[in-house]
Unconditional design. Sequence first.
Lengths: 113, 117
Amino acid sequence: QKEVEQDPGPLSVPEGAIVSLNCTYSNSAFQYFMWYRQYSRKGPELLMYTYSSGNKEDGRFTAQVDKSSKYISLFIRDSQPSDSATYLCAMSASGGSNYKLTFGKGTLLTVNP
Amino acid sequence: EAGVAQSPRYKIIEKRQSVAFWCNPISGHATLYWYQQILGQGPKLLIQFQNNGVVDDSQLPKDRFSAERLKGVDSTLKIQPAKLEDSAVYLCASSLRGGEGDGTEAFFGQGTRLTVV
């Protein structure tokens, strides 16, 4: 079993749709949860950052973490063509000087105008 | 603020050749990471530096990969000899410091796309 599993596979939605992206994980030591967005031929950029369980909202984006189920989600409301990218979940267990991100494989999202 | 700079952007080499990638992190960032991203997968950490010391290199194939960070600033990643399975994007990232609530955001460069033929 991989430490981080990311679902679903490639997604294609119409503009304005609500998008749900999910990851599950097996390492109960993970405490820091992130979502990165990666445009084609670019490096990942941090979209959302959550520590421990709970919800966090930033504009059209909402991140949810359920540590009891080892499950995290990213919701995108009113999706736009500019949201078309690969979305990567990432997690870290450590504090102190060791900050090692473990990534999911990514979900390619296409928002059609 | 200037971002993480990487060069070259693209590289094509034959198997068994050697190659080197260069990274200049954001000024003042103590932590530097090299990730390997194979097509269709998420990035995998190869090595993490804190200033010029190695924090984690557990997933670095040390028989062929080496990395250094001189004077705690720029870093180079070398592959010698390259194999076909090394074809990937090599991403460099930096963060202000590692492991605390603030300053843990890792900023990524655009990557070097390596093709081994």
